[in-house]
Design a protein around this ligand. Structure first.
Ligand SMILES: Nc1ncnc2c1ncn2[C@@H]1O[C@H](COP(=O)(O)OP(=O)(O)O)[C@@H](O)[C@H]1O
Ligand SMILES: [Mg+2]
Length: 245
């Protein structure tokens, strides 16, 4: 059974068709990469899944329940959690406090909450930063904090919007290892939007290709990268941007 299932999802912005009849099914424990050119509708897809946007048509089902149009907080609390492309931590708070805030719906008691937050901070490799202001974090650190905040909400399905963007190649490795570990150890289902094809190839069980709001192809990483339509719509253009964006 699919833990996440979209059926016939449409979303337009004043006549611009950002998502067009999108079907998508993700199995529990699966890792699905979402790729496609800029403006293809990838972030809009996440916004619809997580309740930030209501689709004009179609449905989103999570864990067997229709969650179409549910409030983002309600969807997050039920176990479907996303990260944002642009992170805005609470500036006056430390890294650990930022994570605590995201964990408070799930963990009772100040002591346990602190312990849980510190555990997650360590897991994402920010131990040295735990008690420093979040605003002092460099880009790579902010990305890790965003991931930590999502993990604090104990996701069953984790949706990641370009978590590797802006990271140096050496900084990407530990994040990729952590994502693989989340699936192996915690059984977390991952759906991740990513431009860096090496990461998509390495992590994905299956890849969904969006182009102009529609699903252009879906298959294993090898299948989609060999698909002439995918090469034409996405992979063929300026390969360097995908290698190192
Ligand atoms: N809130 C919005 N209002 C108007 N247009 C939007 C909004 N969000 C996205 N769009 C438009 O929808 C299309 C898809 O955007 P987006 O989902 O951000 O693409 P991607 O993440 O694949 O780059 C783009 O043309 C974008 O300009
Ligand atoms: Mg986007």
């Amino acid at each position: 059974m699919s833990v996440l299932e979209l059926s016939g999802v449409d979303k337009s912005f004043r006549g611009l068709r950002a998502l067009s009849d999108v079907d998508m099914a993700v199995s529990e424990g699966e890792i699905v990469g979402v790729i496609g050119p800029n403006g293809a509708g990838k972030t809009t897809l996440f916004n619809v899944i997580c309740g930030a946007l209501k689709p004009d048509a179609g449905s989103v089902r999570f864990a067997g329940e229709d969650v179409t149009g549910h409030k983002p907080e309600k969807i997050a609390r039920s176990g479907m959690v996303r990260t944002f492309q642009l992170m805005r931590p609470f500036a006056t708070m430390s890294v650990a406090e930022n994570v605590s805030l995201a964990a408070q719906h799930h963990t009772r008691g100040a002591e346990r909450l602190r312990g849980h937050a510190v555990e997650i901070v360590e897991r994402v490799g920010l131990r040295e930063w735990a008690y420093r202001p979040a605003t002092e974090l460099p880009t790579a650190g902010l990305k890790r904090l965003e991931l930590a905040r999502a993990l604090a909400a104990r996701p069953r399905v984790l949706l990641l919007d370009e978590v590797l963007a802006g990271l140096l190649p050496a900084e990407r490795e530990p994040v990729l290892d952590l994502l693989a570990e989340l699936r192996e150890q915690d059984g977390t289902t991952l759906v991740f939007i990513e431009h860096i094809m090496a990461a998509v190839m390495r992590l994905s069980d299956r890849v969904l290709v969006l182009d102009q709001g529609a699903v252009l192809a879906t298959g294993t990483p090898d299948e989609v990268t060999a698909d002439p339509r995918v090469i034409e719509a996405y992979l063929g253009e300026e390969p360097t941007t995908h290698a190192d964006a």
